[in-house]
Write a protein that binds this ligand. Sequence first.
Ligand SMILES: [Fe+2]
Ligand SMILES: [Fe+2]
Length: 279
Amino acid sequence: MLIKWSKDLEIGVPFVDADHKVLINLLNQVDDCITEQEETTVLGSVLEALVSYTEYHFTREEKLMELAGYPSIDEHKNVHQKLFHKVRAIYHSFAADRESVQVDDVRSFLQSWLTSHILVEDVKYRSTCIDKSEAAKQAGMVPFINTNGTHVPFNEWGFLRVLLVDDNPNFGKLVSTILKAVGISNIEVTQTPSEGLALMSRRPADVVLCDWVMDEMSGTQFAAKMGEMEIPSKIVMLTGYSIDTLQTKVSSPNISAYLEKPINAHNLLDTITRTAFNG
Ligand SMILES: [Fe+2]
Ligand SMILES: [Fe+2]
């Protein structure tokens, strides 16, 4: 583990601490994948989630500072901007050519940027913001996704049940982190399709995220078995191949959507939301 959460990192505003924990989780997941060649696709997905969640966290934090009347907000915003550019540059370098990036440099940067920022910069606004509960409430309500009217409030996401069937444990960890970060806490993850079917026969999920290529049975076979067992859950099929390839090879009435890996956190949540709530 690269970074461990500790009391020193606590700011005392619940949504801020929750965001910082999500970011630390994502950083640790980058470290889990960064040295393994075969984890390139997962690493792409994790870095994308880190960029998206960093941007989201900075937006919420800046809103809190603004509403609470923190006098040094412009300085803090400047620091955010610089950090965000660096994290995004790392993501783009990896996406373009991971061989061109020094793994150790990325590791040491990621290890220090967030903790140093929390311990040096974020603590400065603590005394201004800690008792401003209305400001914290409003800033905490900034949604992670809000696209084309498909945004669903957190309290509805809280009722959603999601199952992920994917034989890559690092991918499972990433999807759990993203979903839990936005309030989808009813999530089960399994690496074996047969266990997924057993779980579904006991209590169907609203949405099943299923990898297409797995050793035990393919996503296509999994979808067919769900149909045979009359499990009403909707399926989102995931693949490291292109969606076009997947769509031409796999179509089934219970497959509602297709997603390409590396995934994009916004796209994942948007797809889950559309699938679950919009039919
Ligand atoms: Fe900050
Ligand atoms: Fe922060």
